[in-house]
Design a protein around this ligand. Structure first.
Ligand code: SF4
Length: 174
């Protein structure tokens, strides 16, 4: 996609069907294509072709909520952000960091516990730990490197051999 479209203006003038074909494998491709085109239009028209660098501006863009905005802030601008997706929320509750179900409340609670400079890396670690080991259904506790620290140790598969079989590798997400 980025080989074909180089600027916000390119995305703004993209044909929806062509965008859809490129991102089809990612799922929800129609609404994503609509948002990508809308993003191009807004960024070209209102931000001089440059992605804005504040949370307040980012969340006004099509398809961008706090979660996406914090990813962009952390990885594109080096501004620490906490990305509360389904994994981050679940693990925060399992670690006893929060009892909240609302992602914004989880974000603020964890922000009060963890130094700001760690927020972006913490988000990545939480998300990958949730994907690989601490699954929503039957987490692989018996193969978990955090077992000795985790207050929820024991809620999942405890048999080491069975737990190891449940651990996902990076290849499973390619
Ligand atoms: S010990 Fe179990 S609940 Fe705790 S982080 Fe590891 S897999 Fe998740």
């Amino acid at each position: 996609m980025f080989k074909k479209y180089k600027s916000a203006k390119d995305f703004a003038s993209a044909k929806p069907k062509e965008l859809e074909a490129i991102i089809r494998s990612t799922g929800f491709f129609r609404s994503k294509a609509k948002n990508i085109k809308g993003l191009g239009e807004r960024i070209a028209r209102e931000f001089g072709g440059k992605v804005p660098s504040t949370l307040e501006e980012l969340i006004t863009l099509p398809g961008v909520g706090r979660k996406t905005a914090n990813v962009v802030l952390g990885h594109a601008f080096g501004i620490p952000g906490i990305t509360v997706d389904t994994h981050f929320g679940r693990l925060s509750r399992r670690f006893g960091w929060s009892k909240e179900m609302d992602p914004v409340k989880v974000e603020f609670e964890v922000a009060g516990l963890i130094p700001e400079k760690e927020w972006t890396n913490l988000s990545q670690r939480m998300i990958w730990h949730g994907r690989r080991i601490c699954h929503s259904q039957r987490p692989a506790c018996g193969a978990c490197p955090l077992a000795q620290l985790c207050p929820s140790y024991g809620i999942g598969e405890m048999d080491k051999v069975k737990a190891l079989k449940r651990v996902k590798s990076d290849e499973d997400f390619r």
